[in-house]
Design a protein around this ligand. Structure first.
Ligand code: NAI
Length: 387
């Protein structure tokens, strides 16, 4: 019989909603499910948020005390959906309590925190995963399959972008995402790391970076507290303003350990772009193009096609492709953000059930933190910086 595992989810905001939906629907998509996640306790520092999350997201109980909850005997899995400043403390406590842990990205604010987190889960021997969900888009997993099969040859160049515009308004509130002490960094950690994760997944480790970073909006209206509303809502342009001490945007050149080169840029100030994640990879035998705003599609070009048939072709992901066995039965019915979180949930519980390492693990998350740190340092000095 499929085992039921009790989940304690810490943080009931945007990601709390996405993860709760995945717990509810994972077994509906993937059956037999590796485990049935049971929504046992939701914790939020804000009592009203915790109670609302319990009622809305289908948890048995609400709490404001994460430390007490992660130490409970009836909890199997701790899911960290809080802002970045508290990831390390919760993860280390949960590892010591012997819980399996899924932690939202970025793993931490700093390399030092990530080192401690990776050490704690290794010592405890618990399953650990960082929630970089975009690699779970079936089209991205299909790109990985083609690369592993050698269909585009040896990879020469990776170009990645992640463009959003929700922070372009200078009167958008000073949420936790603009404060280094909570977020660690700006566009680098918040969205750039997603693309670093996909670069590591598809190409391999980044060895060196040369970045330009910019903060365009130096102060923002102070936010009264609560969840980050990601932009212009809740703005009070006439009220007191506080300092932004993270990057709004960066552009970087990359050198990979395997000799490939590339570029990476991310911004939250790029008007007109909402969740514009693009990957363009070319190798010695072909090319791959992906755009998350058209996430059912993978564009591929194989140089060994007959000369008169060469050209980019569009593949709509479906049952023949990665994760197709559990998703919708006809290609192009539509992959959404929720599906990426449902697949992530499946892979996390499958790792617990099999005892195999989850991916990306905290050790992988630490490598990404090292790249993020190199991007920050290179942005300050203007120099090529080793990861
Ligand atoms: P949010 O601001 O919507 O919600 C955070 C929640 O955590 C709030 O309800 C807040 O009250 C609660 N919280 C804060 N401190 C707490 C504490 N000490 N104990 C318990 N609860 C606490 O934030 P959001 O957007 O859900 O982000 C959470 C995490 O998820 C961040 O690390 C973020 O980088 C990541 N994230 C990942 C995304 C992805 O695509 N994988 C997308 C958005 C966020």
């Amino acid at each position: 019989m499929t085992k039921t595992m009790n989940v304690a989810m810490i943080g009931g905001g945007f990601m709390g909603k996405a993860h709760a939906m995945a717990y509810a629907s994972m077994p509906m998509f993937f059956w037999p499910a590796p485990a049935i996640p049971h929504r046992k306790v939701v914790v939020d520092v804000d009592q009203a948020m915790a109670e609302e999350a319990r009622a809305r997201f289908g948890f048995d109980e609400a709490s404001t005390d994460w430390k007490a909850v992660v130490n409970r005997d009836d909890i199997d899995v701790v899911d960290i959906c809080t802002p970045n400043n508290i990831h390390a403390e919760i993860a280390i406590e949960a590892a010591r309590a012997g819980k399996h842990i899924i932690c939202e990205k970025p793993l931490s604010r700093t390399v030092e925190e990530a080192v401690e987190m990776a050490k704690a889960v290794a010592e405890a021997g618990v399953t650990n995963m960082v929630a970089y969900n975009y690699r779970r888009t079936p089209a991205v997993a299909l790109a990985k399959k083609f690369i592993d099969e050698g269909r585009i040859g040896k990879i020469l160049n990776f170009r990645g972008t992640y463009l959003q515009d929700w922070s372009a308004d200078p009167d958008g509130p000073l949420s936790w995402r603009f404060q280094k002490k909570i977020a660690g960094s700006g566009a680098i950690g918040d969205i750039g790391t997603h693309v670093v994760d996909m670069a590591h997944y598809l190409v391999g480790p980044v060895a060196e970076v040369n970045a330009i970073t910019r903060t365009y909006v130096p102060t923002r209206p102070v936010q009264s507290g609560g969840v980050d509303k990601l932009g212009a809502s809740d703005k009070s342009a006439d009220g007191p303003r506080g300092d932004v001490d993270v990057d709004d945007e960066f552009t970087s050149l990359l050198k990979f350990e395997n000799g490939a080169i590339g570029s990476l840029e991310a911004t939250r100030n790029g008007w007109g772009r909402n969740n514009f994640i693009t990957l363009e990879i070319h190798g010695t035998k072909g090319s791959i193009h992906f755009n998350y705003e058209r996430r059912d599609e993978l564009q591929v070009y194989f140089a060994d096609d007959p000369g008169d048939a060469r050209g980019f072709r569009t593949i709509y992901t479906g049952p023949a492709h990665p994760y197709g066995e559990g998703l919708w039965p006809i290609p192009a019915l539509g992959i959404g953000y929720s599906e990426t979180k449902i697949i992530e949930c499946r892979d996390f519980f499958a790792a617990i059930a099999s005892g195999e390492p989850a991916s990306p693990s905290f050790a992988d998350g630490l490598l990404i933190e090292r790249v993020a740190d190199a991007l920050i340092r290179s942005g300050e000095t203007g120099a090529w910086t080793a990861v």
